[in-house]
Design a protein around this ligand. Sequence first.
Ligand code: ZN
Length: 218
Amino acid sequence: MKFELSHDRRSITNQDLIVDMRRVANAHANSQFTQALYRQHGKYGCTTTIKRFGTWNAAVEAAGLRVIRKKNISEQELFTALGELWIRLGRQPKYAELTKPYFPYSAKPYEQRFGSWRKALEAFIVYANSEGREGPGIAGKDSELKSRRTSRSINLRLRWKVLQRDNCRCCSCGASPALNPGTEFEFDHIIPWSKGGETQLDNLQTLCRACNQGKSNQ
Ligand SMILES: [Zn+2]
């Protein structure tokens, strides 16, 4: 039984999937062509379709149908993606750099939310410079950590602040992704967290991966 089922699935061609997606889209021309719609009316499974084309949107594109982009991306998600890109590049990202694979969105949701890319950057800086709820003061729940004021992990805001203070360069060798392609930043506790060093600006430094690994091997 199982063999027959999987054999059946293999015999479905990509063209079969596309034809059926178009059929459903045409039959429901007044509705947005979503996975939910196809699940309800389609002949094949969404999972099969996704497996074939990589993503649902890729399948929709292959069928020549209009892709529905995810709309409600939260402000937090937008800031996180922007901050991670900023750290990766070692400088303020440019409009043209908002592309995959390192960036999950396009500039569009930023423009929609903030009015322009420039304004999005300004809003991010206000966000990054604020303390935030996840700022210093989070003590570990573990009884061992009772004496600690901060958790070991370094949140995005704090990593971004450390990077700005260090002028986007490795504190040990001066490397930066902007000048030395391939440089990857890591954030290091100067007094190790395991030895009582807190996760706060004055106990953190920007290091490139090579220098940080050298440090931990000492
Ligand atoms: Zn270095």
